[in-house]
Write a protein that binds this ligand. Structure first.
Ligand code: SF4
Length: 333
């Protein structure tokens, strides 16, 4: 944009003005609304650029206060975001891909495979459309929506830099979740040592994990050393995400194996009650199994929390994001 303003004979301060409109005024949706730009300049900008790469298609508000937004991309695919109010701040969950190539068996987002990567601009526009009224300062950003973020690393990196330098989101308030892309973990540690890393584990032994995540990019025996290296480099605690699936991974056997696997590793375990998805093969853990699992881990001194999932009533909870327009229903021409 700096080059464009220069070649259009505009003063350099126009760039700062444009950034202010984009980053500080999320209600503005077109160049025509830039009140301090002359009409001719607004028209030139409109001719050469799109102000936003997506538009709001639908917003659904859940009884728990969370909001799922469906955003229409220019090729008629859609991406989804969820904004959840939590004790004085908001958590925004964003996607990095349309669909997902990993195809975890309990997740709806990967049901139709990967359609395409999102661009950094599309991710930034998704965040802009999802900001709470209080803005980016009281925001937690979690990259846990559709897609495997580290399979789209370059765009993710650009976007995370935009979050910090443009929107002003604090690094420590950003969490990126991966299913275990080793090269991505290494790059993330080097590029964003103050951000947080979550890893989808879901099973403490390889053969069970493979049944749940058939296309897991790494084996547990490779993943653990990579994460210990990550911790040594960043001093940030890794969070292991563990979906509690009824009679699949929630017995005492798995609780014991999980303790054994993570023994001596300073980390957090976040147990996620399974969210039901359409035509899903699995059901959530029974309450007593889930409690027994938690008690066992706590009794062994593990740092364990149980996620309070929001947005389930509007298809906005973990594993539920996906839109029929990206799969079953033919795309608009
Ligand atoms: S859980 Fe994450 S990695 Fe697995 S299919 Fe869903 S979006 Fe992809």
């Amino acid at each position: 944009m700096a080059g464009w303003f220069a070649s259009a004979g505009e003063k350099p301060y126009r760039l700062k003005q444009l950034k202010d409109w984009y980053f500080k005024r999320p209600e503005v949706k077109s160049f025509q609304e830039l009140a301090n730009f002359p009409k001719a300049l607004r028209e030139k900008l409109e001719r050469d650029f799109a102000f936003l790469s997506l538009s709001l298609e639908e917003a659904k508000l859940a009884p728990d206060g969370s909001k799922k937004q469906t955003l229409l991309l220019r090729d008629s695919l859609v991406t989804e975001t969820v904004t959840m109010p939590m004790d004085g701040y908001h958590t925004v969950c964003l996607s990095t891909q349309v669909g997902c190539p990993v195809g975890c068996r309990f997740c709806f987002s990967g049901r139709h495979g990967l359609k395409r990567n999102l661009t950094a601009g599309e991710m930034a526009d998704s965040l802009r459309c999802s900001l709470p009224p209080s803005g980016a300062e009281s925001l937690n950003l979690v990259i846990m929506g559709m897609g495997e973020p580290f399979y789209n690393y370059e765009a993710l990196k650009t976007f995370l830099n935009i979050c910090k330098d443009g929107f002003g989101v604090g690094s420590r308030r950003v969490t990126v979740s991966t299913v275990g892309v080793l090269a991505g973990i290494e790059r993330f540690a080097a590029d964003f040592p103050q951000m947080n890393l979550a890893v989808s584990l879901h099973a403490p032994r390889e053969e069970l994990r493979r049944t749940l995540i058939p296309r897991a990019p790494s084996e547990i025996r490779e993943l653990l050393p990579a994460l210990k290296k990550y911790f040594a480099a960043t001093k940030r605690l890794v969070t292991f995400e563990y979906a509690m699936i009824g009679d699949v991974n929630d017995s005492l056997r798995e609780a014991k194996e999980l303790c054994e696997l993570l023994k001596g590793f300073d980390c957090k375990i976040n147990l996620i009650p399974l969210n039901e998805v359409p035509e899903g093969d699995f059901s959530p853990s029974e309450k007593e199994n889930s409690e027994r699992f938690v008690d066992y881990l706590k009794g062994r001194g593990m740092n364990v929390t149980v996620r309070h999932s929001l947005g389930g009533k509007v298809g906005g909870a973990c594993g539920q994001l996906a839109d029929r327009r990206n799969g079953d229903v033919p795309k608009k021409s």
